[in-house]
Ligand binder design. Structure first.
Ligand SMILES: C[S@@+](CC[C@H](N)C(=O)[O-])C[C@H]1O[C@@H](n2cnc3c(N)ncnc32)[C@H](O)[C@@H]1O
Length: 196
């Protein structure tokens, strides 16, 4: 990552912390992905060479900038989905010079995943309303290709909210995962290839 992009990310993150500190409505806070979690996730993306990346929970595009920078290195593309307008994310991705690597979709993340073909995603990143994830099952597992990756943020900051979803992933023999104590807790799971 070049210095200009890192400075933009640092500025956006700092602005987010300042704005969130005075915003009483949780749903209106930016709640950006923590930089250390973003750095780990995008390093793994590069190491695994993921190309087809889907993010649920665009917000103002902070995490999408990280993800788009990684898919620039892997020759991939990011689709980022949010129920809310992506207007601020579009501006921020353009500021980062990464707008061409991202498609923004407006709508419910669960509904979006329902419409994706089996095994069509290399990496799925969930950063939306955590209590909804379990209701999306089994689409999150179904859409990830064999050898692909599921990433879920906030699993240590909001363990009760993600517990039903992690119970589903943990009980699924097609997935093997662990939670990393980085940022607000990043759960990573790998979809194993079909036996035989
Ligand atoms: C924590 S913020 C995302 C932060 C962003 N990933 C970042 O790091 O900058 C959560 C976002 O999820 C969106 N969201 C909530 N429910 C959703 C749903 N069912 N489908 C898609 N997006 C949803 C909200 O509108 C909000 O923008």
């Amino acid at each position: 990552m070049d210095d200009a992009l890192r400075t933009l990310l640092d500025d956006l993150y700092a602005e987010g912390l300042t704005a969130d500190a005075v915003e009483p409505d949780r749903l209106r806070r930016r709640r950006n992905l923590e930089p250390d979690a973003a750095a780990l996730l995008t390093l793994i993306m590069r190491m695994a060479g993921v190309r087809v990346v889907v993010e649920i929970g665009t917000g103002n595009g902070y995490s999408a900038i990280w993800l788009a920078d990684a898919v620039r290195d892997t020759g991939g593309h990011l689709t980022s989905v949010d129920v809310a307008s992506p207007a601020s994310a579009v501006v921020n991705l353009a500021r980062a010079g990464l707008g061409g690597l991202v498609t923004f979709e407006v709508g419910d993340g669960g509904g979006y995943l329902e419409r994706l073909p089996d095994g069509s995603v290399d990496l799925l990143f969930l950063d939306a309303e955590r209590v909804q994830y379990a209701g999306w099952w089994p689409a999150p597992r179904r859409v990830i290709r064999a050898g692909g990756i599921l990433a879920v943020d906030n699993v240590l900051s909001h363990p009760d909210e993600v517990a039903p979803f992690l119970a589903l992933t943990g009980a699924d023999p097609a997935l093997t995962g662990t939670t990393v104590a980085v940022g607000k807790g990043l759960h990573l799971a790998w979809r194993r290839p079909e036996p035989g």
